[in-house]
Write a protein that binds this ligand. Sequence first.
Ligand SMILES: [Zn+2]
Length: 107
Amino acid sequence: MFYPRRFCPHCGSPDLAWVRASGRAVLDSYVISHVSGPGFADEVPYVIAIVRLEEGPRMLSRLAGVAPDPAVLELDMPLLVGFEPRGEMAVPVFHPAESLRPAGDAA
Ligand SMILES: [Zn+2]
């Protein structure tokens, strides 16, 4: 599940553990925002996305490294996580996996 909770949202169990995720996901849904927000003032328009992690949970994030254009945003497109510094924190953002693939890697 994501976001972290004290109890399982399915069965109520408190017997939970952290799981390290692979960072791989696919695009589940998105909206293109033309409204700036705190920390994002100079980045409009930008893509607010719901991504589905390889491990199952969905999370709200932002897409980077891709134009905020429905012509290039394909549902189920493979994504990889990256982390952007925001003040004293780093927030997860997702990039198209194609754009991060090393040259010559056909996998
Ligand atoms: Zn459960």
